[in-house]
Design a binder for this molecule. Structure first.
Ligand code: SF4
Ligand code: SF4
Length: 99
């Protein structure tokens, strides 16, 4: 008698391997980051570039102004810091242990 477990084949997975649409908010992926953006509200010129370029929609905007960054979903890619046009760099990436 064989005890081998039958694994499901790839054809049994849904297209794109997504079980349900619109579930990204349920998965707080911020723990993946090794660095996080640190925002300086005093030098920020509220151009909203960080909000536009962030692939995880982390930047919080109210009345056309940045209010802060939601780190629950930040993966630490650093795009926001790279693209921030503020002369004094209103975003700097820091290792989690240095914040
Ligand atoms: S990109 Fe920089 S200057 Fe522009 S809103 Fe974001 S933090 Fe402020
Ligand atoms: S580091 Fe990347 S994921 Fe985190 S806020 Fe900046 S652009 Fe978004």
């Amino acid at each position: 008698m064989s005890t081998e477990v039958q694994k499901p084949g790839w054809k049994s997975y849904p297209h794109g391997n997504l079980l349900e649409a619109g579930t990204s908010q349920q998965f707080k992926t911020g723990s993946w980051a090794t660095e996080i953006p640190v925002w300086n509200s005093e030098t920020c010129i509220h151009c909203l570039t960080c909000w536009i370029v962030c692939p995880d929609d982390c930047w919080v905007v109210e009345d056309g102004k940045i209010q802060g960054v939601n780190l629950d979903y930040c993966k630490g890619c650093g795009i926001c810091a790279n693209e921030c046009p503020s002369k004094s760099k209103s975003i700097v990436m820091k290792g989690k242990k240095n914040v």
